[in-house]
Design a protein around this ligand. Structure first.
Ligand code: NAD
Length: 489
């Protein structure tokens, strides 16, 4: 992997509607997280532009044969799309790295590679979920027929722009829908390239459309549009509530929500501490903690707390921050100055509540972008700001417990339930904890996703409704029609 010059990356800075680049709307500046330079202007789609995209998508569903042609043809087009993405991995990776927090080496070999393979996974479901025949009287035939919704809307966050887009568009298209997707206004451009490549691969124009803009204008218009039959959102819990409300106010449509988290890392005294430290540090450093599943609350059994914290300190002490266009960069910048200030404000508030900064606790100076030190915070309580609030930065709080019951009670968060890590060599204890923890994903003696896209991801409690990935994600893009036929002679 080589360094690249940010100015060398070309991209289409607008919407992508009906297979064409469109530039309608008032413009807002877009900054590079790595150096805070405004590098492009983004048009904001208003209700009329969103309407145009939804209508184009509806027309494409009706006229292109995408939903009506043999499902295996859809699957083939999606596989060609995945192949194209893989062939353009360097180009897509540069575009992703240019405008997001993803360092180029990780963007190419991690994000883009996983997007291509994920789309292949989804393509394989195109002809697998047609429905069921029901057990009825023999002079009747009862069927449950799966049908696509038509036009599905999606809204994605900034932290893994290409991956998040692929998790929405993959299942929607495999099921025979068209999509109108609004990426985050902070990281808007790589998603357009993804859509252009879809058309190049033979997916009909208008099946995958991208509208650009802010949440308040474009996201709200998309959530309220009556032509959107189903809505899929990934972002913060606060915005998820607004999206659900807007969708409900404008008519009934199913809404799936992938929201925030405050996930615990529960370490028992019998755990392999080296392995636990590697997993916990890895989760904290990945995208500098700007990941929904970041394991940001360490809950460790008292006898091993000191040893584990020492192991963590040593693993967190050498990071390689830098611009995302340098191949050597391993530690991501914080997405924006306001977000860096927000991290700092929560750390400061926690200190004022009596917390002790064990490590870090401030900016990494000497860079053009905003970077935050890997930070450990001790002497916290359940109501300390850093324990309660999703920080979205490389900050880990430390709480200790005496017995299993206390550990499990501390691990449960009153609001969030996205993921949890458990570290123990005792199988029974591990399985008891799996049963008890209120989380959509529980990792035992590991902490991260794999390329096993068959495993769905999604939250309990205020961390969300529904699943991305897995068979479940495709099922959520289908609705079911009950058919009962009288076949008596
Ligand atoms: P955010 O909620 O600020 O924004 C997400 C998206 O919603 C953006 O595209 C934004 O423009 C849009 N939006 C904002 N206001 C809107 C409104 N009123 N109506 C419609 N759309 C609106 O989140 P973010 O800062 O981009 O991303 C970080 C958050 O995303 C974190 O909370 C993180 O946990 C969450 N996240 C969750 C998952 C998951 O799988 N559960 C994955 C990634 C990120």
């Amino acid at each position: 992997m080589a360094d690249f010059a940010p100015e060398s990356v070309a991209f289409a800075a607008g919407h992508y509607i009906g297979g064409a680049n469109v530039g309608d709307g008032e413009r807002i500046p877009v900054a590079r997280p790595s150096d805070r330079v405004d590098y492009a202007e983004l048009p904001v789609a208003d209700a009329a532009t969103v309407d145009r995209a939804v209508n184009d998508a509806a027309r494409a569903v009706r006229d292109s044969g995408w939903a009506s042609r043999p499902p295996r043809e859809r699957a083939r087009a999606m596989r060609r799309w995945a192949d194209l993405i893989e062939a353009r991995a360097e180009e897509l990776g540069r575009l992703e790295a240019l405008g997001s927090t993803r360092p180029i080496a990780q963007a190419v070999t991690g994000d883009v590679a996983s997007v291509a393979e994920g789309l292949r996974f989804f393509s394989e479901w195109a002809d697998k979920l047609g429905g069921e025949v029901a057990a009825t009287r023999t002079d009747q035939l009862g069927m449950i027929v799966s049908e696509p919704y038509g036009v599905v809307g999606a809204i994605t966050p900034w932290n893994f722009p290409l991956s998040m887009a692929s998790w929405k568009v993959g299942p929607a298209l495999a099921a025979g829908n068209a999509m109108v997707l609004k990426p985050s206004e902070l990281t808007p451009f790589s998603t357009v390239r993804l859509a252009q490549l879809a058309v190049e691969a033979g997916i009909p124009a208008g099946i995958f459309n991208v509208v650009q803009g802010t949440g308040a204008v474009t996201g709200d218009a998309l959530s309220r549009h009556p032509g959107i039959a189903k809505l899929s959102f990934t972002g913060s819990t606060r915005t998820g509530i607004a999206v659900m409300k807007a969708a409900a106010e404008s008519g009934i449509k199913p809404v799936t929500l992938e929201l925030g988290g405050k996930s615990p890392q529960l370490v028992f005294a019998d755990a392999d501490l080296d392995k636990a430290a590697a997993c916990i540090a890895g989760s904290l450093l990945a995208n500098a903690g700007q990941a929904c599943v970041a394991g940001s609350r360490l809950i460790v059994q008292a006898p091993v707390a000191e040893a584990l914290v020492a192991a963590l300190r040593s693993r967190l002490s050498s990071v390689t921050p830098g611009p995302t266009w340098k191949a050597a960069t391993g530690f991501a910048p914080i997405i924006s100055e306001p977000q860096a200030r927000r991290i700092d404000a929560i750390v400061t508030r926690s200190r004022e509540q009596g917390a002790e900064i064990v490590m870090g606790g401030g900016r990494i100076e000497g860079h053009h972008g905003a970077f935050y030190q890997p930070t450990l915070i001790g002497n916290v309580r359940a109501d300390t700001a850093a324990v309660r609030e999703e920080i979205f930065g490389p900050v880990l709080t430390i709480q200790t417990f005496v017995d299993e019951e206390e550990g499990l009670a501390l691990a449960d968060h009153p609001e969030y339930g996205l993921a949890a890590g458990i570290y123990t060599r005792d199988l029974g204890r591990g399985l008891r904890a799996v049963r008890r923890l209120q989380a959509g994903t529980v990792w035992v003696n590991r902490y991260s996703r794999t390329l096993d896209f068959i495993l769905p991801t999604g939250g309990y409690k205020s961390s969300g409704i529904g699943k991305d990935l897995g068979r479940q994600a495709v099922e959520q893009n289908l609705r079911h029609k009950t058919v009962l036929i009288d076949i008596a002679g």
